[in-house]
Design a protein around this ligand. Structure first.
Ligand code: DOR
Ligand code: ZN
Length: 350
C-alpha cells in the first residue's frame, strides 16, 4: 500500500471557528493544514452584514498569524436580510456565500429563517449575482423524526425552492443521507454538497450503542450505516459536485457533556489523517486530492492551491490528539473509534 501521498494544500469549505479564546485556540489547527476555509457565521450575535463579516475576518486573520491561511466569509441569512446586503457581498471578495439556517435547526440558529417565502427577494438577488446559498438542510418541525429531517427538507423546501429559482447556486452542507447524495446526483445544474469527515466515519451506533457518547452528537445527526456508505461512495466517486467541508465545530467538554449537550465535533486537527484513512480503505487515495483540494475550489471560483502537503502512512495506528485547551477549558478532538494510520508531515505544515 502507498505509504506517502503528496497533494495540493486542501481547503475546508465549511468551518466553525467561534470567537475570542476559542478562536485563538482552534484556528491554528485548521491553518496548519488548510489553505482556505469558508467560515460559518453562527456567532452570538450572528454575522449578518458586511461590517460584521469583515471585522470577524480580521479577528480570524490575527488568530491564524504565521500560517498561510485565508478565511472566506459566509453571511448569516435572516428574514430581515435586505437584497442590498447581497449586492454588497457579491461585490466584495471577502464574502463567498450566504448561510441558510432554518430557525432552531442547530447551534445559534434562532435568528435563522422560519418561512422561506419571506426571503425570496433576497434569494433572487443571490440568483442574479451568482452568490451561492449554503444550506443547513433539515426541517425543524417537532413532529418530524430527527433521522428524517434531511430528507423532508429536500422534499418540502429545497426542491420547490430550486424549481422556483433555478439559477440559484446551492450547496447542501454536511449531507448525511443517501437521499441527499442521490438528490445532488440527480440535479443537472447549480447544486453541490459538502461532506464532513465524521459523517464518512461514524454511524448512529457510535452515538448510542454500548453507552451514550455525546462527543459523536452533531447535526445533522449521523444516520445508519447504509447512509454512511452512500456518503463514502459519493466522496470517492470523483464527481466534482461533492467536496469536503469538515463542519469542525468545537464546544467545550462542559458544554458537550451535559444533560442537554451541544451538537458538533472538533475534527480540524485530525481531518486530513482521517480522510486519508477512509479513502485508502476504499481503494481511492487517488481521489483524495480532488475531494479536499480541487472540486470545492472550482465551485467557489478559485484555482486549486499550488502548495502541497504530504500525508504519511504508519504501520501502527497513530494515536489521535485527545484534547486541546481553550482558555482553561478542554475541547475533545474527534476520535473515530477505529484505527487511523495516517499523519500530515510536519514540514508540510505552514
Ligand atoms: O453539529 C453541528 N454543530 N452542526 C451544526 O450545524 C452547527 C454546529 C455548531 O455550530 O456547533
Ligand atoms: Zn456547520
Amino acid at each position: 500500500m502507498t505509504d506517502q501521498l503528496t497533494i495540493r494544500r486542501p481547503d475546508d469549505w465549511h468551518l466553525h471557528l467561534r470567537d475570542g479564546a476559542m478562536l485563538a485556540a482552534v484556528a491554528p489547527h485548521t491553518a496548519r493544514h488548510f489553505g482556505r476555509a469558508l467560515i460559518m457565521p453562527n456567532l452570538v450575535p450572528p454575522v449578518t452584514d458586511m461590517a460584521a463579516a469583515l471585522a470577524y475576518r480580521e479577528r480570524i486573520t490575527s488568530a491564524s498569524k504565521g500560517f498561510d491561511f485565508t478565511p472566506y466569509m459566509a453571511l448569516y441569512l435572516t428574514e430581515d436580510t435586505p437584497p442590498e446586503t447581497i449586492h454588497a457581498a457579491a461585490a466584495d471578495d471577502a464574502v463567498i456565500a450566504v448561510k441558510l439556517y432554518p430557525a432552531g435547526a442547530t447551534t445559534n440558529s434562532a435568528s435563522g429563517v422560519r418561512n422561506i417565502d419571506r426571503v425570496i427577494p433576497t434569494l433572487e438577488a443571490m440568483a442574479e449575482t451568482g452568490l451561492p446559498l449554503a444550506i443547513h438542510g433539515e426541517v425543524t418541525t417537532d413532529t418530524v423524526d430527527i433521522f428524517d429531517r434531511e430528507k423532508r427538507f429536500i422534499d418540502d423546501v429545497l426542491d420547490p425552492l430550486r424549481q422556483r429559482l433555478p439559477e440559484l447556486r446551492v450547496v447542501m452542507e454536511h449531507i448525511t443521507t443517501a437521499d441527499a447524495a442521490d438528490y445532488v446526483a440527480s440535479a443537472d445544474q447549480g447544486l453541490a454538497a459538502t461532506i464532513t469527515v465524521h459523517h464518512l466515519m461514524i454511524t448512529r451506533n457510535h452515538i448510542l450503542a454500548g453507552g451514550i457518547r455525546p462527543h459523536f452528537y452533531c447535526l445533522p445527526v449521523a444516520k445508519r450505516s447504509r447512509h454512511r456508505d452512500a456518503l463514502i461512495a459519493a466522496a470517492i466517486s470523483g464527481d466534482p459536485r461533492y467536496f469536503m467541508g469538515t463542519d469542525s465545530a468545537p464546544h467545550t467538554d462542559e458544554a458537550k457533556l451535559s444533560p442537554c449537550g451541544c451538537a458538533g465535533m472538533f475534527t480540524a486537527p485530525v481531518a486530513m489523517a482521517c480522510l486519508a484513512e477512509v479513502f485508502a480503505n476504499h481503494g481511492h487515495l487517488d481521489r483524495l486530492e480532488d475531494f479536499t483540494s480541487v472540486f470545492g475550489a472550482h465551485f467557489y471560483g478559485f484555482s486549486p492551491s499550488e502548495q502541497k502537503i504530504t500525508l504519511r502512512r504508519h504501520e501502527e495506528p497513530v494515536s489521535v490528539m485527545p484534547v486541546i485547551e481553550a482558555d482553561g477549558d478542554q475541547v475533545t478532538v474527534f476520535d473515530p473509534m477505529s484505527p487511523v494510520h495516517w499523519s500530515v508531515d510536519d514540514e508540510s505544515q505552514k
